[in-house]
Design a binder for this molecule. Structure first.
Ligand SMILES: Nc1ncnc2c1ncn2[C@@H]1O[C@H](COP(=O)(O)OP(=O)(O)OP(=O)(O)O)[C@@H](O)[C@H]1O
Ligand SMILES: [Mg+2]
Length: 279
């Protein structure tokens, strides 16, 4: 099966609430990465909670070809690691170590394997020194990384992260992005939601613009070049793409829009070369 995730005609209403998801369909191939963008209340968290069966709507969700239904939630949760938007929903044990060890223990690993995976996940998130602390005593940014560690310790094939870098300081953010990149390079399928549009091109091959229904889905650079579409959803283009798009409209630039630092450097060079400046 080529696809890690297939969502088809998914609808969901919270009890007594509006329809939070309306006819959502998309697919993500194995090893792919998808950034989920949309304004507050767009249904991002609701959609992500369907990917490991924490919510089950109408329509269908398939993980590696298998339909997510009540009967196979144990299998699904072994494949799909979930990092909640609010880390406090995920940290329940008396110590951070116990929280991170919970998943591998639940998988039935031998105790020395449990130790190995727990330590790896704590080190990968920069939290090894805090292992014996009560999760309640951690700062919010530390809790965010701890929630990530609890998913990582199970070495999921598919990692679902709901706003993984919100509230992180610049270094922690860089570390989490680097970690997500290296997981992606080693074949993990990644789906994440974020309000940080500058982060998306670093991590996502594809973008899904959600506002209860799918507004657009496609290659990251294509979607993030659509100024009007993004602005209609209350979103914005990444900083440098935005700037160079304006320069292009003013006739001062004619190259491709830059989405990374390296691409931005090249774009600036295209302009300065013409002017005979050097940077
Ligand atoms: N537990 C709940 N009970 C009732 N309605 C809910 C519940 N959780 C979310 N909603 C509603 O469902 C809609 C989608 O919410 P959701 O949390 O999925 O949005 P989101 O895109 O993740 O937003 P944000 O960017 O603020 O995290 C909103 O209208 C929200 O008020
Ligand atoms: Mg949310």
């Amino acid at each position: 099966m080529e696809y890690a995730v297939e969502v088809e005609s998914l609808c969901y209403s919270y009890p007594g609430g509006d329809m939070a998801l309306q006819d959502v369909s998309f697919r993500l191939r194995r090893g792919g990465s998808l950034g989920l963008l949309g304004p507050n209340g767009a249904g991002k968290s609701t959609l992500l909670l369907h990917l490991n069966g924490l919510l089950i709507g109408t329509g269908s969700v398939r993980i590696m070809g298998k339909r997510v239904v009540k009967d196979n939630l144990y299998w699904v949760r072994k494949k799909v690691g979930m990092v909640f938007q609010d880390p406090e929903d995920q940290l329940i044990m008396p110590s951070l170590w116990e929280d991170v060890a919970f998943g591998p223990r639940n998988l039935g690993l031998e105790e020395d394997e449990v130790k190995k995976e727990t330590l790896w996940a704590l080190q990968a998130t920069g939290l090894a020194d805090l292992a014996q602390r009560s999760p309640r005593s951690l700062s919010f940014g530390q809790k965010k990384r701890a929630a990530l560690a609890t998913a990582l310790s199970m070495r999921p094939k598919i990692l679902v992260l709901d706003e993984p870098t919100s509230n992180l300081d610049p270094r922690s953010k860089r570390d989490v992005v680097a970690l997500m990149k290296s997981l992606k390079e080693s074949g993990t399928t990644i789906i994440f939601s974020t309000h940080d549009v500058n982060l998306v091109p670093l991590l996502a091959d594809e973008v899904l613009l959600l506002n209860r229904g799918v507004v657009a889905v496609g290659k990251t650079q294509e979607i993030l070049s659509e100024r009007k579409l993004l602005e209609e959803q209350g979103l914005e283009m990444p900083l440098f793409a935005d700037l160079f798009d304006e320069l292009r409209s003013d006739g001062k630039y004619s190259g491709p829009l830059p989405f990374t630092k390296e691409e931005t450097r090249k774009a600036i060079r295209r302009i300065t070369d013409k002017l005979n400046y050097s940077i």
